[in-house]
Design a protein around this ligand. Sequence first.
Ligand code: ATP
Ligand code: MG
Length: 499
Amino acid sequence: MTRTRATASPLFTPTKTTPAQQRAARVKFAAARRTARVAGTPSPQRGSEPDERRLRPTYSTAGRPGPASARGGQLKLPAHRMTTAVAAGAYPFLAEGGLGAEGIYIGRDVHAEAAFCYDPFALYGKLEGFTNPNMLLAGIIGMGKSALAKSLATRAIAHGYRVYVPCDPKGEWTVVSESLGGHTIALGPGLPGRLNPLDAPDRPYGADPGDWASEVRKRRLLLLASLARTVLKRDLLPMEHTALDVALDIVVHAAGTTGVTPLLGDIARVLGSSYLLDTATESTTGALGRAAEDLTHALRRLVHGDLAGMFDAPSTVRFDPTAPMLSIDLSRLGGAGDDTALVLAMTCASAWMESALADPSGGRRWVIYDEAWRVMRHSALLERMQSQWKLSRGLGIANLMVIHRLSDLLTAGDAGSRSRALAEGLLSDCSTRIVYRQEPDQLATAASLLGLTGVETEAVSALTKGRGLWKVAGRGFVTQHILHPREFELFDTDARMLG
Ligand SMILES: Nc1ncnc2c1ncn2[C@@H]1O[C@H](COP(=O)(O)OP(=O)(O)OP(=O)(O)O)[C@@H](O)[C@H]1O
Ligand SMILES: [Mg+2]
């Protein structure tokens, strides 16, 4: 009797079979393989389909199309040896070894076809030229800048960092903050949220009480001066500075005896009283009261004007240093083209947040300024940002500012002006610059401000959604930011456009 070989599955074709049986078995095998392949594919859902497209290799397996591919010809070049540093200059992106696996997963390095991870705290001290943890993110509307900032925030929290968003003019961070267990304070006329910008932060552990009191006084004076400057649209005169510090001392002294926190309304009241200012300075001329008239009216706007109620009452929220995220929703302010309300609110809100951030034992934190181009038009806010930038290393803070165009930095002021210098200073204090797609007329500015090579500039003009040129301490990567389907749902800002 002929022995048929044992089979592991009915699809295995024994040797002693007729060709017809073999054919039938092959057809069955092909059908089974198809079924298995379909079963292994996840069901399509929103967010995963674009992922498929994004994950496709940049070029087909035959390489780059066109004559640049240098394929198919008779080109024969002698072998050429060079160091990897020279190779990286000659072939940017292709010869790049990556930043390593440490840090927050961002997506895919499209040229190296490898995962791209980034963490400014992990890179600091390890990468040559990486002198600070600050980041700049620029790109045209709708290219996914906020989505990247939100992903960085969400994933940073998983790495144990805390995230603060002092500027959210579109109110799109609220949903992110709430779903991560953080807090949001919405400020605007008629809303219940209140922030007292004169709140004194808790004294850091080990700080001398006398030193801390003078630090708090300095912060409050800076805040009052920048509020007044914003409303008056000019620098303060020397006597106005004096009036402010005399008024602050009177109010703080009175508050100390009653045990309450001083309010902006108290300051405005003292400034408006020539008698109180004269008594405190042991004068009888009333000169200080007269010099403070403009100031009184400037602060009045925050107490009785269109911002009344928002910043002249005790805070309705306490800064919770243990919360993973805190955002300040300013979407109800500055809608009608007048940014002054937004700037005043941001000044108060950022002063309030910064005083809490000043605690160096607060761990590593991220501070994200979404839509920072709006902030950059105002020198008072630029100054605040600059001081945050300078303090970043000492306090363990990574700042991220999101703008549309690199020329936003140049429009902060005229050439040679203080605002312009401040804005350019912010750029030079960012070791990481991420450029999303730029309009053709912006490419030259971007290239000159960031020192991009011709190849990099060309790459920037052709970037698609979520794809950016990352310049990290002079090294360049083209990276596709990959969103998790849940992130895609949470960060969606296209819902209104797509219906
Ligand atoms: N990497 C990505 N992959 C797929 N979709 C993305 C990606 N990044 C962003 N998107 C989608 O693109 C839309 C616009 O993104 P986003 O709001 O982040 O743009 P933006 O650059 O911040 O725009 P604007 O300048 O108006 O603030 C969002 O709905 C988001 O879900
Ligand atoms: Mg955005």
